[in-house]
Design a protein around this ligand. Structure first.
Ligand code: SF4
Ligand code: SF4
Length: 179
């Protein structure tokens, strides 16, 4: 079984937000909400400092607290690639998952269910990339099977230094940032 994830090259990201616009368009994300966003952070230790620009979203964690805390089973891990999804019909908007996510990746959709990045599973099922990956003008995002040693994402992680967000939370994020 595949384990889908993304590798994002922070050296190539220019913070143009095309990924944010593409996600909102592709997924009809309501005004005032976002499934992905840009973070700019100064990292390193003085005097070796630099600006890192990251396109962030749900990390589709391998150990997702949003799934284990959900009282109805609405939040679940999909058979296809371990993508973390929400079944809208089973969600009772209790917000337990919003509180459990260390990345603030979820919001309550105005239609009354927890919502977030789906890795564009409707596209992935057809063999396509998530919309954000395809629109990036600097090609800084890569999508693929982290369990396939021959995939581009696996090769990048083997050859480049990388990090995940808040690893201390123990959620095992599946979105990796090349440094
Ligand atoms: Fe759940 Fe948050 Fe991890 Fe996404 S980033 S799988 S919402 S804990
Ligand atoms: Fe589950 Fe919905 Fe509650 Fe989140 S808001 S924990 S998906 S029932």
């Amino acid at each position: 079984m595949a384990r889908f994830g993304m590798v994002i090259d922070t050296k190539k990201c220019v913070g143009c937000m095309d990924c944010v616009v593409a996600c909102k368009t592709e997924n009809n994300v309501p005004e005032g909400f976002n499934r992905d966003w840009i973070v700019q952070e100064v990292i390193g230790k003085y005097p070796d400092l630099h600006m890192e620009i990251r396109s962030e979203r749900c990390n589709h964690c391998d150990n997702p607290p949003c799934v284990s805390c959900c009282p109805t089973g609405a939040s679940h891990v999909h058979d296809l690639g371990g993508v973390v999804l929400v079944n809208h019909k089973e969600c009772i908007s209790c917000k337990a998952c919003l509180a459990s996510c260390p990345y603030d990746a979820r919001f309550i959709h105005p239609d009354g269910y927890a919502d977030k990045c789906t890795l564009c599973i409707h596209r992935v099922e057809k063999g396509m990339n998530p919309a954000c990956v395809d629109v990036c003008p600097t090609h800084c995002m890569y999508f693929g099977d982290l369990d396939d040693p021959n995939s581009e994402v696996s090769k990048l992680l083997k050859s480049r230094k990388h990090h995940t967000n808040i690893p201390a939370a123990g959620t095992k994020p599946q979105i990796f940032y090349l440094m």
